[in-house]
Design a binder for this molecule. Structure first.
Ligand code: FAD
Length: 178
């Protein structure tokens, strides 16, 4: 009996995550081709759009199995080119991972997913009389995961410090999918 040919990467990702989590549409790829920096645009061959942390881990496991380079993308407002794909890299976008999970209004802690926009969090806590001190011009587009990865400072940094000083704990997906 002949061995069946190995699955293509898009098929393996669609199999692991669901077809609607993977896009090879050139229009979608084009919208993930660059951040705000002057780095040369480079459309990724496919864009992965997970909806849960578990799906992020599953995507990374498949990419690791296929030895496929990947760039993680938040709101694409970074000014250093770190979210712009290099040739051959697929994009893993956190845009759909945007749930505000829990707000402890006594302790003043909030549990959020990586793709929540900075402004979304500010508005959410202000509605309960709290204040999230990080603020920057890209607030309506940048994501908390991107703020954490870049350790964003913003326009109140001298008084309140940087993003990483606001973080009590992280749930992370490692490159091998654990
Ligand atoms: C108008 C404007 C004003 C700005 N003002 C400031 C400012 O005052 N201070 C400041 O520090 N920056 C500022 N920035 C830069 C930018 O907004 C910040 O760096 C922001 O934190 C980037 O967030 P992002 O979600 O857009 O990340 P992206 O640009 O998408 O990604 C930036 C980096 O973070 C990584 N990343 C993103 N999400 C994740 C994740 N979930 N897990 C792991 N890695 C991740 C990416 O791989 C990349 O390396 C400004 C930018 C603009 C356009």
């Amino acid at each position: 009996m002949q061995a069946s040919p190995p699955m293509s990467l898009p098929d393996a990702l669609a199999n692991a995550l669901g077809a609607d989590r993977v896009s090879t549409d050139p229009a979608v790829a084009n919208s993930h081709a660059a951040d705000w920096s002057d780095a040369p645009r480079c459309a990724p061959p496919l864009v992965i759009l997970p909806r849960t942390p578990e799906e992020v881990a599953r995507a990374l496991a498949v990419l690791s199995q296929y030895r496929q380079p990947v760039v993680v993308q938040g709101g694409l407002t970074g000014l250093a080119g770190a979210a712009t794909p290099q040739a051959g890299e697929v994009a893993l976008s956190l845009a759909r991972l945007n749930a505000l999970e829990a707000f402890d209004t006594t302790g003043g802690t909030v549990t959020v997913q990586a793709g929540v926009l900075l402004e979304q969090l500010q508005t959410h806590v202000e509605a309960e009389g709290w204040f999230f001190p990080l603020d920057l011009g890209a607030r309506g587009t940048c994501q908390l995961g991107g703020n954490a990865a870049t350790n964003a400072g913003g326009n109140r940094v001298v008084r309140f410090g940087t993003m990483r000083e606001r973080i009590l704990g992280l749930e992370v997906a490692l490159p091998d999918g654990t």
